[in-house]
Write a protein that binds this ligand. Structure first.
Ligand code: ADP
Ligand code: MG
Length: 247
């Protein structure tokens, strides 16, 4: 059940160290963060500051050394359909077709075959890849690959969507288009997703897309500054930006 009084994401005192015994090295520490319903939060920080590690912990792909992660008040103990992630380098399954990639998480949920098919086709339409259902990832452009990345993540109808620099491997035009489409889906309330966390190096992108910007700084990394973007969302839509050069 959705309870809008509880944050979608509640992280308390998360720390992660890698290595074993005396050799452990803390990568992130003292991470406390709440993300509310309908919020889009950006995390900015230098390369190596631990942003991807934090997202992987939230997604249940990695466990924290200490601290807690709750999604809709339930502990995240491993990969779960409540939290999905889109990766910078797409991370598609090369041995599966476009359909296969999107259906993967739906099959893992144990949905009936007919439902898996229906949702897969719907997602392919939603992200504008009709006609590519049987294509292989290697046959597609970066922009198309990331569309599959988004479709795969959204197919399971996650409560929380984590975006790890999802536009940074794309050319500026594909990136802009995909950003706009994501914001359109979000504003149309087409998605079941209740909150987004976006890791990005792009300050402009953070300001255009997000309600709040957090900084990850230090070594080990921790979340420091927390800026609220005061401008209403409708007024900072990425549609407003003109290309620098028309090709
Ligand atoms: P960012 O996404 O901000 O660039 P990462 O979370 O990828 O940072 O990495 C932060 C630090 O953690 C890096 O120094 C990286 O080498 C280290 N790290 C990440 N994953 C592992 C791992 N599985 N084992 C050991 N060190 C790791
Ligand atoms: Mg990273």
């Amino acid at each position: 059940m959705m309870n809008i009084l509880q944050p979608v994401l509640a992280i308390k005192n998360v720390e992660k160290s890698f290595g074993r015994q005396q050799q452990t090295l803390p990568i992130i520490q003292n991470i406390t963060l709440h993300v509310d319903h309908n919020e889009i939060v950006a995390v900015l920080g230098k390369s190596g500051s631990g942003k991807s590690t934090l997202l992987r912990i939230i997604a249940g792909l990695e466990s924290p050394t200490s601290g807690s992660v709750l999604c809709n008040s339930l502990p995240v103990k491993g990969p779960c359909p409540d939290v999905s992630m889109v990766f910078q380098s797409f991370a598609l399954f090369p041995w599966l077709t476009v359909s296969g990639n999107i259906a993967f998480g739906l099959e893992a949920l144990g949905l009936p075959e007919s439902e898996v098919k229906r949702r897969t086709v719907d997602m392919i339409d939603l992200i504008g890849l009709s006609g590519y259902a049987n294509a292989w990832p290697r046959e597609l452009s970066g922009g198309m690959k990331q569309r599959i990345g988004f479709a795969r993540a959204l197919a399971v109808e996650p409560t929380l969507l984590l975006l790890d620099e999802p536009f940074s491997a794309l050319d500026i035009y594909s990136a802009r288009k995909l950003r706009q489409e994501l914001m359109h889906l979000w504003q149309q309330k087409t998605l079941k997703t209740q909150a987004l966390v976006l890791v990005t190096h792009n300050v402009e992108e953070a300001v255009m897309l997000c309600d709040r910007v957090l900084l990850m700084t230090g070594n080990p990394g921790t979340l420091t500054d927390n800026f609220h973007i005061g401008i209403p969302r409708e007024q900072r839509n990425s549609d407003n930006t003109q290309p620098l050069i028309e090709l």
